[in-house]
Design a protein around this ligand. Sequence first.
Ligand SMILES: Cc1ncc(COP(=O)(O)O)c(C=O)c1O
Length: 290
Amino acid sequence: MHIVTTSVEHHSVLHPMNYLETLGFDVTYLPVDQTGRVTAQQVEQSIRPDTILVSIIYGNNEVGAINPISEIGAALGKKDILFHTDAVQAYGNQQINVEKEGIDLLSVTAHKLNGPKGIGFLYRKHQLHLPHFIHGGSQENDHRAGTENVPYIEGFAKAVEKLMVDQERNNQHKQDLKDFFIEELKNKEVIFHINGMKDDSLPHILNLWIPHLQSDKLLIQCDLKGIMISAGSACTAGSLEPSHVLQAMFGEEDERIHESIRVSFGKQNTQEEVTILANVISDLQNKYTH
Ligand SMILES: Cc1ncc(COP(=O)(O)O)c(C=O)c1O
């Protein structure tokens, strides 16, 4: 049986796909363009008579690229193929409509919404029957055994409630910080390129190539100043593995893979903090290139 996904999924999808391959499933990892996206045509062309599942990340966690989910949903149409999207980064900042977009399964995690760590949800289209994913008791409609963690569930629900109230203002704040950061870098004459796109991307994520400045050097300086940024996914912030997302976008040999950083903006971040980061980058670039 065949599954289609992309080469830029978060490891939470990529690694299970790798595991499914060991069980005998055939997985197609679609390549992306330099903006970090796949097209609906690519997905359509990869479909085979034995395709059972398509899983495409909604908004990429490293570069912020947003995939054409509605078009992919439409391309899959009434085919007997499940369509899952990892909406962990997109939930709360994109207008997601599972029915209109033809989404059967959608995953979200609470900690990206300022909710508790350790809980997420999987939206499942009403008619869909899913087998147990943990065997045991019959909790959660027989899908996930184990006594529910009510405090986490309540915390998650509260986070979603709060998110909905301030949604527009928060997203605007993050987008403004992103724009401000770019302006600050330009004002300080930092040489940089955006990996992906500034607009038409998730408002809170920015990935920059800063030529001639090794990302590990920059990460160390940031760490010393209490600034938490990463070179790839925030979940791999402690690892020096090159980003699989940048490799998929630019090729394994591109120098930008070792000279890029990923910054994400939260609702509590301020312009002052952004300026501190811009100063660190500017100072280091001056130090290493002059
Ligand atoms: C796009 C994306 N998918 C999945 C995850 C994983 O979520 P969790 O750590 O809750 O499994 C993350 C990061 O946390 C993410 O950014």
